[in-house]
Write a protein that binds this ligand. Structure first.
Ligand code: CAA
Length: 260
């Protein structure tokens, strides 16, 4: 697929960084089926490209994404939702191995908050607002929010947000561990490119294994996670980048990674 032929997103490359920008401004980037297909297709292509070492997912100034598209799903039955396995397509995005950064300004509500949490780290503009308002629609989060938000901010805040629909502003989100940094809105993309650029300079296999192994901390008990980490650490000694990285340190020079 040509990178500029998507209907709901824009895709560009900045050196070794792939940038995907949600682009449904009239619907505040609400996530419909087409958006899911576009994001997954573009991100999968970038993920497989050895010339790309990190991804950024961004929205607009007003909204990262205001949730799943309510108008698209409102008339569906439980049977439709089950047969379509609604939202399951997003799992392919969550499972990508290239480090991915959500650059969030404005509303990240419902599926927007959940999509940001599928990324490996979240950078927020001081305008960012996170929330899971599904309870007010008579449902609950359906793209991982009950699980990822609880792990990110703990049970007390997750219950508060999911049961009342209370929104969390950027400063509280940083304090609570949901986002890694908060910056001025006009610095968000520069900061995201700087962080993504830094990650993309590193050995790609090392960064991919780091993502997988940190994520294992979410998905397994402590002992299983520590064992997984050790096996991955051992395995990385088969890469050219490990030899180069450690030789460069001993030789007091900057490593030149081949990303292999
Ligand atoms: N789905 C579909 N359309 C949406 C949308 C959504 N989630 N969010 C906003 N829009 C549309 C609005 O309907 C409106 O379209 P029209 O101009 O055609 O009426 C347009 O985007 C602009 O929105 P508003 O006029 O409402 O803008 P605002 O500035 O007054 O309010 C807002 C902004 C507070 C974010 C408000 O739009 C809002 O509350 N949106 C819904 C948020 C929400 O409930 N998200 C959860 C969705 S369910 C979900 O995500 C399930 C899941 O777990 C995955």
């Amino acid at each position: 697929m040509n990178e500029n032929s998507y209907e709901t997103i824009e895709v560009r490359r900045e050196g070794r960084v792939g940038v995907i920008t949600l682009n449904r401004p009239k619907a505040l980037n609400a996530l419909n089926e087409q958006t899911m297909q576009d994001v997954v297709a573009a991100a999968t292509e970038l993920d497989r490209d050895s010339g790309i070492g990190a991804l950024i997912l961004a929205g607009s100034e007003k909204a990262f994404a205001a949730g799943a598209d309510i108008k698209e799903m409102s008339g569906k039955s439980a049977s439709d939702m089950y047969h379509e396995d609604f939202f399951a397509g997003w799992d392919a995005f969550a499972r990508l191995r290239t480090p991915k950064i959500a650059a969030v300004a404005g509303y990240a509500l419902g599926g927007g908050c959940e999509l940001a949490m599928m990324c490996d780290l979240i950078l927020a503009a001081d305008t960012a607002v996170f929330g899971q308002p599904e309870i007010a629609l008579g449902v609950i989060p359906g793209m991982g929010g009950t699980q990822r938000l609880t792990r990110a901010v703990g049970k007390a805040k997750a219950m508060d947000m999911i049961l009342t629909g209370r929104q969390m502003r950027a400063e509280e989100a940083e304090r609570s561990g949901l986002v890694s940094r908060v910056v001025a809105a006009d610095e968000l993309m520069d900061t995201a490119l700087e962080v993504a650029g830094k990650i993309a300079e590193m050995s790609k296999p090392a960064a991919q294994h780091a993502v997988e192994t940190v994520n294992a901390a979410y998905e397994s008990g402590l002992w299983a996670g520590v064992q997984h980490e050790r096996r991955v650490f051992h395995g990385l000694f088969s890469t050219a980048d490990q030899k180069e990285g450690m030789s460069a340190f001993a030789e007091k020079r900057t490593a030149r990674f081949s990303h292999e």
